[in-house]
Ligand binder design. Structure first.
Ligand code: BDP
Length: 664
């Protein structure tokens, strides 16, 4: 099996660099500098000399370069790093410039301190919300059957839970480091079965082996925990965070982890969420829970990353007062300032759940005394399962640059008491698939997430150009331009044929691909559209609705409160809107719904046509991989168009102004 090299084309790099002689000027040999040496000698087969005079390219660690240890500087054939990690980043960025044929000049340091990928990988080898084959960490060699069974129960496990494919992991570490990722968690936040035991022997030893490999790439390894571990595997009767025996148990477990994994990152915790256990069960709050763990981590320099995705997933849909969008705010805002220094709240970018269009989560800007990370999802759970094309950077960048009206320009970092304990995190999208992401073009989101974390000021277009130049290195400019245009419009196209105007969930429940207009409407999950014969949307205003809009800064609240000021793309998130209401685009709501769905589908047909024209111009494997997926996307877009248009035609009774075919 040929494993895809994504944006790091080894053969091309070898060709570009084979005449060079490298010299490493290091302050000390540590795991990262050893890795750097290996990258040069073993990965690329290049010449490293011990004589500086012979060198044509010099890599040097110079702590004076910047107070930021991860900073680097590239000047022609001199690469400097403020530490060995900085130098490693400098080296990979030098490779990017080389591959793209750009001027070798760049000086850079990361915008975000923590740049993390969470894996939702399970010990049986499956990945929750994974669309690219099985886990690269867990599972039996040879098995690659990540079929969505509609249930998250684990499969039967026989033998070793670890996949032990260190070749694959080494490649993965390289990809991560090349885009500046410096932290990963290995296992799913819903910790089931043997997953609970990863923190103890005999499993922690293998986690240690994996962590050692990643340390060389400047990456810290974290594990997700089950809050009930003291009860489930510790033999205790309770998991109450204020119980002495519980604290002592965690302290012992954490102490042992550091004996085995000296640079362990810490825990990721999903507690009191979607049926997972947590401190609420014992009448304690989230600060009690997080701080208890944090105390045991403090002497080791470890972190507790505590998720705010906490809401009542047993909502009575009959109760119109309940608003899931307010849940994280209601659960965490009152605790601002109560968390220990080594606790970080991990907060989804929007108030619901990685939707195709959501406003910025109002906790950002409001929380001022709590370390925080903004959470994204690279794996395309609600965004087309890596079948439909969806280059999501335009959406993410819009979110991180949302004007928060003075609540802090750079909300996440500036509002975290310890900037070093803040950053961005995303759920990863890789698996055992040959091209890692199922859809070759979904690699752009993985690449883009890292680049966005590193440099918040890059545009979606710049990031995409980088990825295209490196990935399609010998492909002609016209072909690359075709792929560029297709991807740059893919996110808005997906939004148009699925759920535009921030309608929210109309997706097949649980599976989350394809339309099911009322799938969640009379259910317990708290995401509703409230469509009737007059209109649709959720009234979240202060005056007549759930009051959610009041959670923002007054300037922003005023905009969202007013149906005439709320931007079209968010209108149904904040208001119940009548079908004949005129939007800012000058059209009625119903006509906009029809138009977007017709346009979205047509655009997918255009995507397919442009892609077909690439036959013979790009490699055959990629060509076929994307062609197959586009066929499925066309079907998907058609289903969305017809079900949505038909449903709202029947509800409203309003004809399409252009008389297009609506299946009534
Ligand atoms: C939702 C997913 C679910 C995750 C949950 C989470 O549907 O599988 O467990 O998020 O973030 O989007 O915890």
């Amino acid at each position: 099996m040929m494993i895809d090299e994504m944006w790091l084309q080894k053969n091309k790099l070898k060709k570009l660099l084979s005449q060079e002689v490298f010299f490493l000027d290091l302050v000390k040999e540590d795991a990262v500098s050893l890795r750097l040496r290996k990258e040069l000698i073993e990965w690329l087969g290049l010449t490293v000399s011990t004589d500086r005079a012979q060198a044509t390219i010099v890599l040097v660690v110079n702590p004076e370069l910047s107070v930021n240890a991860e900073a680097y500087e590239i000047q022609e054939n001199l690469i400097k790093g403020a530490s060995s990690s900085g130098l490693l980043y400098g080296f990979y960025n030098f490779l990017r410039l080389k591959l793209r044929g750009k001027k070798l000049e760049e000086s850079s340091e990361p915008s975000q301190a923590l740049r993390m990928i969470n894996h939702w990988d399970q010990v049986d080898g499956t990945i929750e919300r994974g669309y690219a084959g099985e886990s690269i960490f867990f599972g039996t060699p040879g098995s690659n059957d990540n079929t969505d069974t509609g249930s998250f129960a684990l499969r039967e496990i026989k033998g070793d839970i670890f996949r032990n494919d260190f070749t694959r992991l080494e490649m993965y570490g390289r990809f991560l480091a090349s885009i500046g990722i410096n932290a990963i968690s290995l296992n799913n936040v819903n910790v089931r079965g043997l997953g609970t035991n990863l923190i103890v022997s005999p499993y922690i030893e293998k986690v240690g082996e994996i962590a050692r490999l990643f340390s060389g790439f400047g990456i810290k390894t974290f594990l997700s925990i089950n809050w009930a571990a003291p009860r489930l595997i510790g033999g205790l009767r309770t998991s109450d965070p204020l119980d002495e025996a519980v604290c002592a148990w965690w302290k012992k477990v954490i102490g042992h982890i550091y004996d085995v994994v000296p640079d362990f990152g810490g825990f990721v915790v999903k507690a009191d969420s979607e049926g997972e256990p947590g401190p609420y069960q014992y009448g304690r709050n989230h600060a009690d829970g997080a701080n208890m763990l944090a105390e045991s981590f403090a002497p080791h320099g470890g972190l507790v990353i505590w998720r705010t995705f906490v809401y009542n997933s047993q909502t009575d849909w009959r109760n119109r007062k309940n608003d899931r969008a307010k849940a994280a705010y209601e659960n965490f805002m009152a605790l601002d300032g109560d968390f220990a220094d080594n606790v970080i709240l991990q907060i989804k970018f929007g108030p619901i759940d990685f939707g195709v269009r959501e406003p910025l989560m109002p906790l950002f800007g409001a929380l001022k005394k709590t370390n925080q990370m903004m959470e994204f999802q690279v794996t395309a759970e609600y965004l087309g399962h890596q079948i439909d094309l969806n280059y999501v950077l335009p959406q993410w960048l819009e979110i991180i640059h949302t004007d928060n009206y003075g609540l802090a320009k750079d909300t996440v970092k500036e509002n975290s008491p310890l900037a070093a304990n803040s950053g961005f995190v995303a759920i990863g999208n890789v698996g055992m698939d040959e091209n890692w992401c199922g859809n070759k073009l979904a690699q752009a989101n993985f690449y883009g997430f890292g680049r966005m974390c590193w440099n918040n000021d890059l545009t979606a277009a710049e990031i995409l150009r980088e990825w295209l130049d490196m990935t399609f290195v010998d492909v002609d400019e016209r072909a690359k331009k075709t792929i560029y245009e297709l991807l740059m419009t893919s996110n808005q196209t997906y939004e148009a044929y699925t759920t535009p105007l921030a309608i929210g969930n109309m997706i097949v429940p649980h599976y989350h691909y394809g339309p099911s207009i009322n799938g969640y409407e009379y259910d317990r999950w708290g995401s509703y559209h409230f469509a009737d014969r007059n209109g649709l949307g959720v009234d979240r205003t202060m005056v007549t609705g759930t009051g959610y809009s009041g959670l923002y800064a007054p300037e922003l609240a005023e905009i969202y409160e007013d149906i005439n000021k709320t931007p079209d793309e968010l209108i149904l998130f904040f208001h119940f809107v009548n079908y004949d209401h005129l939007l800012h685009n000058g059209k009625t709501l119903i006509q906009t719904i029809y138009d977007l769905h017709f346009e979205g589908y047509n655009k997918v047909l255009e995507f397919q046509k442009s892609w077909q024209a690439l036959e013979g111009k790009i490699d055959e494997i990629t060509f076929r991989n994307v062609s197959q997926r586009l066929e499925l996307q066309v079907q998907n877009a058609k289903n969305w168009r017809d079900q949505i248009n038909t449903y709202f035609y029947r509800m409203s009774g309003v004809e399409d102004k252009y008389g297009r075919k609506i299946f009534n």
